[in-house]
Design a binder for this molecule. Structure first.
Ligand code: FES
Length: 150
């Protein structure tokens, strides 16, 4: 076990875990930030997407030892009252079905829009293609992203 000082959603946190512990489990088990979901555990589905230094990353394959000193944002830290423009668009278009993958979808969409505020359909497809949704909400996800981009 080792002590790591982390910056999560603007707050300093300290955890005492094995250095290879994935951030997904640090967030969920150590810090009780359970909005970030476990889907596949092997960086293939996107359910566990968080922001590391503003970039979308898959927390299931991100060891805690690799993030010290870099700011992390989770779905809980995106806005005060779920009122980030992307979250509002998600609600207005009623994107989720079961909802399980949606935190990861939103975190990836926010990273895309931060980098490219007006993405084309092709750019949305390319950016979001690795975030899997078993309910097939892809059309509404694209609509919500375009609503924010418009
Ligand atoms: Fe991390 Fe699937 S749980 S990508």
């Amino acid at each position: 076990m080792s002590v790591f000082n982390l910056t999560i959603n603007g707050e300093s946190k300290q955890v005492d875990v094995a250095p290879d512990t994935p951030m997904l489990w640090v967030l969920r088990d150590e810090l009780d930030l359970v909005g970030t979901k476990y889907g596949c555990g092997v960086a293939m589905c996107g359910a566990c997407t968080i922001h590391l230094d503003g970039n979308a990353v898959r927390s299931c394959q991100l060891p805690v030892s690799a993030v010290a000193g870099k700011p992390i944002t989770t779905i809980e830290g995106l806005s005060e009252n779920a009122d980030h423009p992307v979250q509002k668009a998600w609600l207005e278009i009623d994107v989720p079905q079961c909802g399980y993958c949606q935190a990861g979808q939103i975190m990836n969409a926010v990273a895309l829009l931060n980098e490219n505020p007006n993405p084309s359909d092709e750019e949305i497809k390319n950016a979001m293609t690795g975030n899997i949704c078993r309910c097939g909400t892809y059309i509404r996800i694209k609509q919500a992203i375009k609503k924010v981009a418009a």
